[in-house]
Design a protein around this ligand. Structure first.
Ligand SMILES: NC(=O)c1ccc[n+]([C@@H]2O[C@H](COP(=O)([O-])OP(=O)(O)OC[C@H]3O[C@@H](n4cnc5c(N)ncnc54)[C@H](OP(=O)(O)O)[C@@H]3O)[C@@H](O)[C@H]2O)c1
Length: 230
């Protein structure tokens, strides 16, 4: 069956590679971002998440209407934010929480309300979900929260499968403007292939890390429908 995919943060990096994969399989794909990608076979919705929470509601309403039914939401939006907590101003903190947590919650809430299809949710967190970092306090906290959102949604019988993937460093635009060495980073095409593989088959909840050195996948938890109800 051909499905409709909404990929938030699908304009570049991991989300873009996932969009290309699902298009190649004949599915309908809508990607969001602030920069329209060169992806003629996908719909594009401009979505700029800022620290202004009030602008999120109308944007979220518009984006969930991209298809009559969204079968799968992939949430891949995120950005690098470095600095000790006192160097991050209120806008920095608001943007991080809105991109990393409030926007996905508002989208899932709306998608669930407007569909009788059991929505499948795929959330891209980060290894920072598990690794406290002095210079990434808001990023780590937000990714942790996103992982817990996924784990909690699993308890909802009327939702479909939930996949949470936490990659190590990946060579994407995420790092633009920073001077980190990218040679050892994961390839975004390979990462997207692992995410596609992880999302297949029968499960209710799966949580996996995508690790570097050597590149590998570690499934931390996999629950079927019965186990997810306990
Ligand atoms: N790259 C890594 O090392 C790494 C490691 C672990 C986890 N991750 C996570 O993986 C996910 C994908 O990142 P990536 O590596 O593919 O980076 P990327 O190439 O920079 O892609 C990030 C996506 O998020 C969107 N986005 C960022 N800030 C946004 C905002 N304020 N409003 C709306 N959209 C926004 C971008 O849209 P535009 O570019 O169009 O603005 C883009 O589509 C992110 O959640 C990131 O936190 C990345």
């Amino acid at each position: 069956m051909k499905k409709n995919f909404l990929i938030v943060g699908g304009s570049s990096g991991i989300g873009l590679q996932l969009a290309k994969h699902y298009i190649s399989e004949g599915h309908k794909v809508c990607v969001t971002g602030r920069v329209r990608p060169d992806l003629p076979d996908a719909d594009f919705q401009y979505f700029d998440v800022t620290s202004d929470s009030r602008s999120l509601a109308p944007d979220a309403d518009r984006i969930v209407s991209c298809f009559e039914t969204v079968h799968t939401l992939i949430y891949a939006a995120g950005f690098l934010q470095r600095g000790r907590i006192e160097t991050l101003d209120d806008d920095d903190l608001g943007s991080m929480v809105n991109v990393g947590l409030l926007a996905p919650m508002m989208l899932i809430q709306r998608l669930k309300c407007r569909s009788d299809w059991p929505l499948k949710v795929m959330l891209v967190t980060s290894s920072s979900q598990y690794t406290p970092k002095e210079l990434e306090p808001a990023y780590c906290a937000t990714k942790s929260g996103l992982g817990m959102l996924g784990a909690s949604l699993v308890r909802d019988k009327s939702l479909g499968k939930v996949l949470v993937v936490a990659p190590d460093d990946v060579d994407t635009e995420f790092w633009r403007g920073s001077n980190v060495a990218k040679e050892e980073m994961l390839d975004p095409v390979w990462v997207s292939e692992q995410i596609v593989d992880l999302s297949g088959g029968a499960f209710k909840y799966k949580c996996a890390r995508i690790l570097n050195d050597p590149p590998r996948v570690e499934v931390l938890e996999c629950l079927n429908n019965e186990m997810a109800r306990i």
